[in-house]
Design a protein around this ligand. Structure first.
Ligand SMILES: [Zn+2]
Length: 70
């Protein structure tokens, strides 16, 4: 599981989204439930937390990591 930091496009609420897959495959947007809006809204993927170091990896950097490994 990866802890992704996402931000609701409607209200700006930031939340952690645990996903077992790579969100960068979906682009920078993900459609999910927002607790503040109380409905599904579009969210911007801001990045993820590295499980080993706890370091926050911004989305752009996550993308460049991925392309470097290809
Ligand atoms: Zn919201």
């Amino acid at each position: 599981m990866t802890r992704w930091l996402v931000k609701c496009d409607k209200c700006g609420e930031e939340s952690i989204f645990n996903a077992g897959y790579d969100l960068t495959n979906l682009g920078s947007k993900v459609y999910m439930y927002c607790g503040r809006c109380r409905r599904n809204t579009e969210h911007t993927v801001l990045g993820y937390y590295d499980d080993d170091t706890g370091e926050f990896i911004p989305f752009e950097k996550a993308l460049s990591f991925k392309y470097r490994s290809l």
